[in-house]
Design a protein around this ligand. Sequence first.
Ligand SMILES: C[S@@+](CC[C@H](N)C(=O)[O-])C[C@H]1O[C@@H](n2cnc3c(N)ncnc32)[C@H](O)[C@@H]1O
Length: 405
Amino acid sequence: MVKRQMISIADPGIARLAEAAQDRRPVSGLTHEYYRYPARFSPWFARAAIEAFTRPGDFVYDPFMGGGTTLVEASALGRKAVGTDINRLAVFVTRVKTTPLTNAQLELALVWFDGLADALNLRKPPQRAADWINLGYQKNISGKTTWPIRKLMELALSKVQEVADEQVQNFIRCALLRTGQWALDCKETIPRAEQFRRQFFQTLQQMVEVAREYYNKIKNAADFTEHNEPPISRCLHCSAMDIHRYSIFSDSEKPSLILTSPPYPGVHALYHRWQVKGRRETPAPFWIANCLDGNGASFYTLGDRKQQDLRTYFEQIRLIFRSLAKVSCSHTIIAQLVAFSSPSWQLPEYLSALKEAGFVEIFVKGYRDSLDGRIWRTVPNRKFYADNKGATAASKEVVLLHRPS
Ligand SMILES: C[S@@+](CC[C@H](N)C(=O)[O-])C[C@H]1O[C@@H](n2cnc3c(N)ncnc32)[C@H](O)[C@@H]1O
């Protein structure tokens, strides 16, 4: 019989990880609130995993980086962080969240905003974004209550182009993105223009304060690393399937930790749209972030969740883990948070993809709260839902730990 790989809950790092996996506090801290990426995981979970399995200066890789929780936490802890995502919006958001801005750059953002007060006025002539409109990026945001928000965003965006520093421009775009999300996404009542203006200013101010703290955090983290240089953080717009084609990890420097949360099998999540007034979807976030989308929901979720046996999902997962195996080394740990709409067959199928790629599972020994040696967590009120709506198996998530065999 093959001996099961075990780690003990008596190890303080593992005990903290198990505890952090159960943490139900709303996401906060560092730059996490710059944008609320759908299905993001808890920063406390990410931090605990990074501390348990890596040391300062090590590489941490998130193949499905989404809103960048892993990269933000890894950078703040002095680790080198790499992330991939096929969603340009994820790449935009993670880049902004992980780019430390200097005081001078932040001042530039505030000065820009001071000059905006006059321009953000509904009586001003419209600044229609013709190219984006023609491409459909303003769909469902020109209704009776939504057009003032759209117009204010258009006015702000026409001004943001005047900011010469691209990093500052993206920082402001991100503040607008967060405010737009606050105003439109899943909102029953759309705020009035005045409320939007106020919220935009507050968001930008809060982000500036957070960015100052983040800058210092990154600077201090650099003291931990070998050469006192800020840790590298790289966000790539590519499929995790292709990571082995990039020369990011050298033979002598492979990731110590692959920390991630993939799209969940059979679970609906909208990574690339806001839902306006019920179920009307808009791709407006791409317009605000100045990047292109052009793909349907199933592109971002590894296949159509309505496909009976989720064949496409599991085919892609298999290819992705094969690719992850190529960038791993003997000491790499894969820690992931996954949920299943139908765990009885999907969990074994998922585990077999990892096994085929050459990974063995690691179980937690002595963990009283678990019958199968895995850390499970229950998530109340999750925004996404399983196929069999109501019976939300997807609200139960599991932490899977693996290493190359
Ligand atoms: C659950 S989200 C990750 C959330 C992230 N952990 C966070 O805290 O924000 C899954 C992400 O996987 C991305 N994705 C889907 N297929 C991918 C692929 N083949 N390669 C890389 N990323 C992919 C989606 O675009 C989505 O952003």
